[in-house]
Ligand binder design. Structure first.
Ligand SMILES: [Mg+2]
Length: 312
């Protein structure tokens, strides 16, 4: 129904819309730009998520590519905004997906450390799982008077510099530097068994008046010198959905993915055989889609998630 048509749900009759909604027993919703902007809720979105659970009996999950908070911290934010999800298992976050992957991956040696190019939330999530890491949340720059040759000699000349590292994990890093790039490059090229995981590959974050480089830009720099691809632990990689498929009995054909980003949320829905609802509260509206036919078209569209409330 409505496959990749970009149908505006507000053009349907109320009965048609309610029938469409009955086709789902699980809702997965993106956070940023769909439910909230940082700590500010988007009008009506929280009420819709709560009504979908309490009134319509749907299972609701939140998913984000945001690696700046641990899953527990994201759950706390959701609670603070009034979203009534049952527990933090209903949050899908890249930091937790990384931890789960490391715990399950047989080649990851738990006695080894993780090098994090990213923020402190990644280190906190790893630490809670008993995995030691270094590098997160702080700068590493050449010191005044230091030459890069001295840095490389000092830091990378012992075999343990790379051998004791079991994974390089990359997230958004405001302190990203040549030294961090060099360290990641050294570890990944000298240790082929080292895992290379990233929270997401979102290349740019678009705001109304400015754009800033996203994690994908940092990942691309490391991938190019390490000469190997990173494994993405966020949308649109369908691997992210594995835990819900295997332990929560999620049925993709009865699941609706809601989000504000075509390239990430709509593509994720397609990769997982779920239906997609694009909301216009982020950077993409119906006009944007019609003007850019190369973008993936969502199945259905709403100007904002709050528009759904009268039909639940
Ligand atoms: Mg978003």
């Amino acid at each position: 129904m409505f496959k990749a048509s970009g149908t505006n749900l507000l053009d349907l009759q109320a009965e048609q819309l309610s029938d469409w909604l009955k086709g789902f027993d699980t809702i997965i919703s993106d956070g940023d730009g769909t439910i909230w902007f940082d700590d500010t809720p988007i009008e009506g979105a929280v009420e819709v998520l709560n009504a979908l659970q309490s009134r319509a009996g749907k299972k609701v999950y939140l998913i984000t590519n945001n690696g700046l908070k641990t899953r527990h911290e994201l759950f706390q934010r959701a609670e603070k905004l009034g979203i009534q999800i049952p527990n933090e298992m209903h949050i899908i976050s890249p930091t937790q997906t990384i931890v789960d992957y490391l715990k399950q991956h047989k080649t990851f040696d738990r006695t080894k450390r993780v090098y994090v190019v990213g923020n402190a939330a990644i280190a906190r999530e790893l630490s809670e799982a008993g995995i030691e890491s270094f590098g997160a949340g702080k700068a590493e720059e050449l010191q005044p008077g230091d030459k890069w040759q001295q840095f490389v000699q000092r830091e990378f000349s012992t075999p343990t510099a790379a051998a004791n590292v079991g994974a390089v994990v990359v997230g958004w890093d405001e302190y990203f530097s040549y030294c961090k790039l060099a360290r990641a490059c050294h570890i990944l090229t000298s240790n082929p068994d080292c895992l290379f995981l990233v929270t997401n590959k979102d290349a740019v974050h678009k705001y109304p008046k400015l754009n800033i480089p996203g994690t994908g830009a940092i990942v691309a720099a490391i991938e190019s010198c390490a000469e190997r691809p990173a494994l993405e632990m966020g949308k649109p990689n369908p691997l992210v959905l594995e835990p819900l498929l295997s332990t929560a009995g999620l049925r993709p054909e009865r699941t609706l993915m809601i989000g504000d980003c075509c390239k990430i949320d709509v593509t994720f829905a397609r990769n997982c055989n779920m239906q997609s609802l694009l909301v216009g509260t982020g950077s993409y509206q119906l006009d944007t889609l019609r003007e850019n036919p190369q973008l993936p078209m969502p199945d259905v569209y709403l100007p904002k998630l709050g528009n759904l409330l009268p039909y639940i």
